[in-house]
Design a protein around this ligand. Structure first.
Ligand code: NAD
Length: 504
């Protein structure tokens, strides 16, 4: 078990251990508002001990054949699959998202493991024979060493699995520093990796806050850092990791626009918006948070959305009737509320006001619930539009035509995901080509790529040049070594003072 007397420690060197820093954070059950456990916040020394474990495990793991590493992944796949319901329950309890949605996010993690089971294919390298007389040229992919992942609260299974699954299958060892808001699931993944046959120290889970993150960023034994979280922290992680000579990919926040063309099927649009704006209470980096109604259809969109937002079934995460659970913490709820207040002050029209929502189910009155909010008449000058809100708040904007619509995502600081809903192939194709955003949906509201493609946004939504998972993930977690080889039969010339051109 990961909890002892209500505290969550760390998973280091294949063992669950208690923290020694005497610093703890509260872990809530957002559905009830109660503190469910205390998580240990690692000191610099504890992080360094975890890195030492990972460093020790590296030589053996890197030398383990990629076929055997893939077999560990096959076993891990079976274990996560067999435990998916229990994992989703842990997730719902600490995050607050409804169980079916939690199951979906575990599934998205499983798909990365399926990808990693094919790692022998991706580690094959390249070979060119006889590039000059008797000279062969080949490249190998080598793991980097100890890698680290720092992850956000909103996907405690999927995002860690984007990272450590690929890194470990490539032959690296890993330090996972999950969000301190929902640490139990990542701890369980550490246990399952050990059960799957990953030697102790290959995957370590260190809980903590900024102190732990800074210890990772400043330790020269850590060769690569993968981060997913908010943009200000992503920027800090990227700059600090790079200054310390590490590879870094750092994914940040978002404001995802859905363009609704006048010819779109508005019933389909309404369903898509309800799911993508209010699912997971809007706590998704790919949530649609701005709906752009083109060519005078705004009033129709609002008329269709309003009753649906008012009728959202908001309740405990494990209640099968709930469509939307609570927000993650009271602090986050206060932040979301402050943005709704700001939108009202800025002059947007609050069509549905969920700010005072209270769950009336017995035992859940103190949960961190927040009702769905719907704004109309939002403009680009509003700060509540420029910033990420990360809650169940949809902002509707009205524009004349396609050109004005595409300007909105293109001029926004973020560029994570976007969608266009239309029946016009020309508009869809032009949007996909011209929009300054990393992931685009055509009549698909949440275009999260599958694991064999890569995930990553543009602009302030991602720093670094290689995305998560897919071939980009393999490239991020490996370095190439290229060998030019000539055997004695081909060695005839004496010293040569001209750069070799291999032209004979
Ligand atoms: P966050 O930035 O607050 O925290 C992310 C991680 O950084 C956590 O592990 C946290 O402990 C650590 N951290 C926090 N403050 C730090 C500091 N000052 N110094 C060093 N480390 C620090 O993000 P969050 O609230 O957990 O997650 C929500 C955010 O993540 C949203 O902005 C969302 O858009 C973003 N997100 C982005 C993606 C993506 O792929 N682009 C995916 C999921 C979530």
């Amino acid at each position: 078990m990961t909890t002892t007397t209500g505290t969550i420690g760390h998973f280091i060197g294949g063992k669950t251990i208690e923290g020694t820093s005497d610093r703890f954070g509260d872990v809530y059950n957002p559905s009830t508002g109660e503190v469910a456990a205390q998580v240990a916040l690692a000191s610099k020394a504890e992080v360094e001990a975890a890195i030492a474990n990972a460093q020790e495990a590296f030589a053996g793991w890197a030398a383990t054949s990629v076929v055997k590493r893939a077999r560990v992944m096959f076993k891990f796949l079976q274990l996560v699959d067999a435990n998916r319901d229990a994992l989703a329950t842990i997730l719902s309890n600490e995050h607050g998202k409804i169980h079916s949605d939690a199951l979906g996010s575990v599934q998205r993690g499983i798909e990365v493991v399926e990808f990693a089971c094919g790692m022998p294919h991706f580690m094959k390298g390249e070979y060119s024979d006889n590039v000059a007389t008797s000279i062969d040229l080949y490249s190998m992919r080598k793991p980097l060493g100890v890698c680290a992942g720092i992850t956000p609260f909103n996907f405690p299974a999927m995002v860690p699995m984007w990272m450590f699954v690929v890194a470990v299958a490539c032959g690296n060892t890993f330090i996972l520093k999950p969000s301190e808001k929902d640490p139990s699931l990542p701890m369980r993944l550490g246990e399952l990796m050990l059960e799957a046959g990953a030697p102790p120290g290959v995957l370590n889970v260190v809980n903590g806050d900024k102190e732990a993150v800074d210890a990772i960023l400043h330790d020269s034994r850590v060769k690569a850092v993968s981060f997913v979280g908010s943009t200000p922290i992503a920027r800090y992680i990227y700059a600090t990791a790079a200054a310390n000579g590490k590879r870094c990919q750092a994914m940040g926040g978002a404001k995802n626009h859905m363009i609704i063309m006048p010819d779109a099927d508005l019933d389909q649009v309404t369903d898509a918006l309800i799911g993508s704006a209010y699912g997971s209470a809007g706590e998704r980096c790919m949530a649609i948070s701005a709906a752009v109604a083109v060519g005078g259809i705004g009033p129709d969109v609002i008329d269709l959305l309003k009753p649906r937002v008012e009728a959202l079934k908001i309740g405990p995460s494990l209640d099968p009737d709930s469509e939307m659970g609570p927000l993650v913490t009271a602090e986050h709820r206060a932040r979301v509320k402050s943005y709704v207040d700001m939108g009202v002050e800025e002059g947007a029209e609050l069509v549905v006001d969920g700010r005072d929502y209270v769950c009336d189910k017995q035992g859940y009155e103190n949960g961190f619930y927040f009702g769905g909010c719907l704004f109309d008449k939002v403009t680009p000058a509003m700060k509540s539009y420029q910033d990420e809100i990360f809650g169940p708040v949809l902002q509707v904007m009205n524009v004349e035509d396609f050109e004005a619509a595409i300007k909105l995502p293109n001029e926004h600081q973020f560029g994570n995901g976007t969608a266009i809903f239309t029946r016009d192939g020309d508009a869809a194709r032009e949007y996909a080509d011209k929009v300054e955003v990393g992931m685009v949906g055509i009549n698909v509201p949440i275009p999260v790529p599958l694991s064999f493609h890569t995930f990553g946004g543009w602009k302030d939504s991602a720093f670094g040049d290689l995305n998560q998972h897919g071939e980009a993930g393999v490239r991020f977690y490996t370095k190439t070594k290229t060998i030019t080889s000539r055997w004695p039969k081909g060695i005839r010339a004496g010293a040569e003072f001209v750069i070799p051109t291999l032209n004979d």
